[in-house]
Write a protein that binds this ligand. Structure first.
Ligand code: NDP
Ligand code: 2IT
Length: 450
């Protein structure tokens, strides 16, 4: 980027920060997009005239409400919840709900902003949103989680709907929480409709939705490697997290002949040089999905190393799949990974790599699949769940998986179209940002001043 470009970015960011003080995650997400889009919109004055980028950084609306509930000891509790309805230019608002003590407006605005681009990249008719609460589900009983979800839906149901806004899961919100939320919505509105995705298979859920984000991230990595005549087969991989996204990333990598040697949770990481596979992976799934235990127990059970309080980026690998949370892979981690021979990253989490790490990957010319593109498989299958609900049918596992593979391939092609830098290098960050932007921008232009 030349001096004019840098000055322009500085001006743009100064305005954004002034309008949105104290929201560092939101600033970070916008900066990454602006780095790609300001040069692009310079060549497309129609977008500049209509102030598309400025309008896309302003959410359509934000709902903030209190969620009051009673814990098992009979103590009154109050949490805060939000729904950021960011942009519905190309379809009803769509995006997950996150329950985690660190949730705040900055985090949800960054997630909703990113979601708009990601959803556009899928090629499906979905707008961008995100929501959640600072409620901490850890250590809560099943009944407490149920009461919290029911109380949250008491307010949220007024603002969502199958043609309005369709939430889903994210950190701390999985099948159990979606079921409690859906049961309460049905009771409040007396109608059975696809107003949430990630539902149980008995009540409108889609096959492959649980697996979709992780599988999709691996398909995307395979597409990037395939573009260079390579594949994930035989590669050594490191995955962070061991939640929904991480577990099914590990599963698909293993199915395709790669070896996953590390995974983590918020307390530390395990290093298993033999690979997390077969009965070990099933054991880990049961630990995390059913027993809700700590990953340290895996190390104790199978006799491998556990590194408390650390992230897994010091483990040498060919491919890295950060799949836990934002800003979990920093500049120094990128340096270490590259020094150990890293050739590719697919972001399963949202914004796991900070800007310094991203710039290092870019300079090293490795394959870097940013979150918007690499983890879009989850929301894509959510949109397929919406279609199945609207048609009142359900597709087979194979049918959904085939569509997911196609969608990931199309996203990859879009990234190549807008991010090909020549000499065999694709800037996937630029490709995903521009590829996601164009469809939303065209719709906004067509609507005029709205
Ligand atoms: P889960 O709640 O199922 O798992 C989250 C995992 O990340 C857990 O292992 C958790 O550890 C760890 N983790 C969470 N927060 C932190 C933190 N602050 N520091 C260290 N580790 C942390 O969530 P998902 O797997 O659904 O989501 C993971 C990421 O993927 C998020 O960034 C999410 O936005 C993104 N994503 C999710 C999609 C989905 O369909 N679910 C779709 C696209 C992206 P512990 O168990 O100790 O808390
Ligand atoms: O970040 C994401 O894309 C998600 N958490 C999934 C959203 C969805 O609506 O399925």
């Amino acid at each position: 980027m030349g001096k004019n470009g840098r000055d322009e970015l500085k001006r743009f960011m100064r305005g954004l920060i002034k309008r949105n003080p104290g929201e560092p995650e939101f600033h970070q997400a916008v900066r990454e997009v602006a780095e790609s889009l300001l040069p692009f919109t310079r060549e497309h004055p129609e977008y500049r005239r209509a102030q598309i980028l400025e309008r896309m950084t302003e959410p359509d609306r934000i709902l903030i409400f209190r969620v009051t509930w009673e814990d098992d000891r009979g103590v009154f509790r109050a949490n805060r919840a939000w729904r950021v309805q960011f942009n519905n230019s190309i379809g009803p608002y769509k995006g997950g709900l996150r329950f985690h003590p660190d949730v705040n407006l900055s985090v949800l605005k960054f997630l909703g902003f990113e979601q708009t681009f990601k959803n556009s990249l899928t090629g499906l008719p979905i707008g961008g949103a995100k929501g959640g609460s600072n409620f901490n589900p850890k250590g809560k009983s099943e009944r407490e989680v149920m009461r919290f979800c029911q109380s949250l839906m008491l307010e949220l149901h007024r603002h969502i709907g199958d043609d309005i806004d369709v939430p889903a899961g994210d950190i701390g919100v999985g099948r159990r929480e979606i079921s409690f939320l859906f049961g309460q919505f049905k009771r409040l509105e007396n109608r059975f409709a696809g107003i949430l995705t990630g539902k149980g298979l008995a009540f409108g859920g889609s096959l492959i939705r649980t697996e979709a984000t992780g599988y999709g991230a691996v398909y995307f990595m395979n597409n990037m490697l395939g573009h260079r005549g390579d594949s994930v087969e035989g590669k050594t991989c490191v995955v962070s997290g061991c939640g929904n996204v991480a577990l099914y990333t590990i599963e698909k990598l293993t199915q395709l002949g790669a070896k996953v040697v590390a995974a983590s949770d918020s307390r530390g990481f395990i290093h298993d040089p033999d690979g997390i596979r077969d009965e070990k992976l099933e054991w880990l799934k049961d630990l995390k999905e059913v027993r809700r235990g700590r990953i340290q127990e895996y190390a104790e059970h199978f006799g491998c190393d556990f590194h408390p309080g650390r992230r897994p980026w010091s483990v040498p690998c060919d491919l890295a799949f950060p799949s836990a949370t934002q800003n979990e892979l920093l500049g120094d981690d990128a340096k270490e990974l590259l020094a150990n021979g890293l050739i590719g990253v697919a972001e399963g989490a949202n914004m796991p790599s900070d800007l310094e790490a991203q710039h290092r990957f870019h300079e090293a010319r490795i394959l870097f699949g940013p979150a918007k593109a690499a983890n879009a498989g989850g929301v894509a299958v959510s949109a397929l769940e919406q279609s199945q609900n609207a048609l009142r049918i359900s597709w087979s596992r194979d049918e959904v998986d085939t569509r997911l593979k196609d969608i990931m391939k199309n996203i990859h092609e879009k990234c190549v179209r807008y991010g090909d830098e020549g000499e065999g290098y694709v800037d996937y960050v630029k490709g995903a940002n521009i590829g996601g932007f164009v469809k939303v921008a065209e719709a906004m232009l067509a609507y005029g001043i709205v």
